[in-house]
Design a protein around this ligand. Structure first.
Ligand code: GRF
Length: 202
């Protein structure tokens, strides 16, 4: 099934999805990697992997979010995309794009939602004193970092953690979780990957 990945930055989750899609039995192929930032480092990674890339810079749209999204939506449709994965895509979406792709757009968020929606999740987890933190893949709705949860992966919070160390621990799980959740969405009756052990709850 043709999918698109939307990025804004380094694209490490995109890379995990690229690697997963390389397996012959994986139910998705990447039709397009699209960034709102022409200089996103992840674009070069996608190009090096031989993927089609595009950028739709939001700046010329001068704050007209929906016009920017209409340009993106046109590219997604032209590429024959059936499902969209947000992977570090750092623009808030309007009801136009979330409505157009309702039930067909995934996001990965670096917390165990509904805890810590929004930014600076690792700092906030440390400040709150939670002992369990993690990441979530969910369907995208009009409400930011909301919507039906497809899967979560948990990590322990250590007493001497810094935000960077905690972020790195969570990110390693993101890279397992996102491909597993994508597979689950595309192949709901398929077996869970035994390699994911108990940290993944799909
Ligand atoms: C990840 O932590 C993801 O959960 C969040 O943004 C970050 C993107 O990192 N939405 P990368 O670009 O995938 O490396």
């Amino acid at each position: 099934r043709p999918i698109a990945i939307l990025i804004s930055g380094r694209g490490s989750n995109m890379r995990a999805l690229i690697d997963a899609c390389a397996a012959p039995d994986f139910p998705a192929r990447i039709a397009l990697v699209l960034s709102n930032r022409p200089d996103a480092p992840g674009l070069a990674v996608a190009q090096a992997a031989g993927l089609r890339t595009a950028s739709v810079d939001h700046r010329p749209f001068r704050g007209d979010r929906e016009a920017h999204e209409r340009a993106i939506d046109a590219m997604l449709r032209e590429a024959g995309v059936e499902l969209v994965c947000l992977a570090g895509y750092m623009r808030l979406l309007t009801p136009f794009l979330t409505g157009a792709w309702s039930g067909r757009m995934l996001n990965i968020h670096p917390s165990l939602l509904p805890a810590f929606p929004g930014l600076h999740t690792h700092e906030r987890a440390l400040a709150t004193g939670v002992k369990l933190h993690g990441c979530t893949v969910h369907l995208v709705t009009e409400i930011m970092d909301d919507g039906p949860i497809i899967g979560q992966a948990a990590v322990p919070v250590h007493a001497d953690d810094t935000p960077d160390r905690l972020a790195a621990r969570v990110l390693r799980q993101e890279h397992h979780l996102y491909p597993a959740a994508l597979r689950k969405i595309l192949d709901p009756d398929g077996a869970d990957d035994p390699a994911t052990e108990s940290l993944l709850f799909l």
